[in-house]
Design a protein around this ligand. Structure first.
Ligand code: GAR
Length: 205
């Protein structure tokens, strides 16, 4: 059984798509905990409605180091069974950089969704970056989290064609639709042990 921990900061639509989709895989995936660093994250209410435990670990006025904050997250994950042995941590619009210590402790057990075809347009405002650059296609990427910024091995990508009249908003909506498809898929592949990492690459069986 894989214990799932999802970290959010806001809307939580990726979290929702994962939680709804893994409900159908109850025998192998347990949605253990949703943690938000923001008390007003809309996703918290959605998780509660879906019967998943939630916790707020506020980051705003946290005085310690990044690692000290992450240790609070790890304590909550551990309490709910999301351990480096039996857990998977999904970053779903979690707008914080996580510490190298956290990444190391949960090596190859933290995954993230990014609204661009990595390695293009990492960091913030990826949809705007794509439009400003003038690319014809962009998309989204689910990848393992390593110590870099959006640099870990790629699990799944989906391509979205850019239309001439696209605005940041219209493009973001079409990308988000694809995010909701590929993120749950990646979680299920992980739960079924179908993802092997070989250097920078993943091999999906
Ligand atoms: C999503 O588009 C996700 O790809 C993006 O934030 C949004 C969160 O939406 N993440 C990043 O940009 C990470 N660098 P959601 O809260 O509705 O899932």
């Amino acid at each position: 059984m894989l214990n799932l921990g999802i970290l959010i900061s806001g809307r939580g639509s990726n979290m929702e798509s994962i939680l709804k989709s893994v409900k159908r895989e109850k025998s192998i995936i347990n949605s253990a905990i949703v943690i938000s660093n923001k008390p007003d994250a809309k996703g918290l209410k959605i998780a509660e409605k879906l019967g998943v435990k939630t916790e707020i670990i506020e980051s705003k006025n946290f005085k310690g180091t990044r690692w000290q904050y992450d240790k609070k997250i790890i304590a909550s994950l551990t309490k709910h069974g999301v351990t480096p042995q039996e857990g998977l941590v999904c970053l779903a619009g979690f707008m914080r950089i996580i510490s190298p210590e956290f990444v190391k402790k949960y090596k190859n057990r933290i995954i993230n969704i990014h609204p661009a075809l990595l390695p293009a347009f990492p960091g913030l405002d990826s949809q705007k970056q794509a439009l400003d650059y003038g690319v014809k296609h962009t998309g989204c990427t689910v990848h393992f989290v390593d110590a870099g910024m959006d640099t870990g091995p790629i699990i799944i990508q989906a391509v979205v064609k850019i239309k001439e009249k696209d605005t940041e908003d219209s493009l973001s909506k079409r990308i988000l639709k694809q995010e909701h498809e590929i993120y749950p898929k990646a979680v299920k592949l992980f739960a079924k042990n179908k993802i092997k990492i070989s250097g920078r690459k993943t091999i999906i069986s």
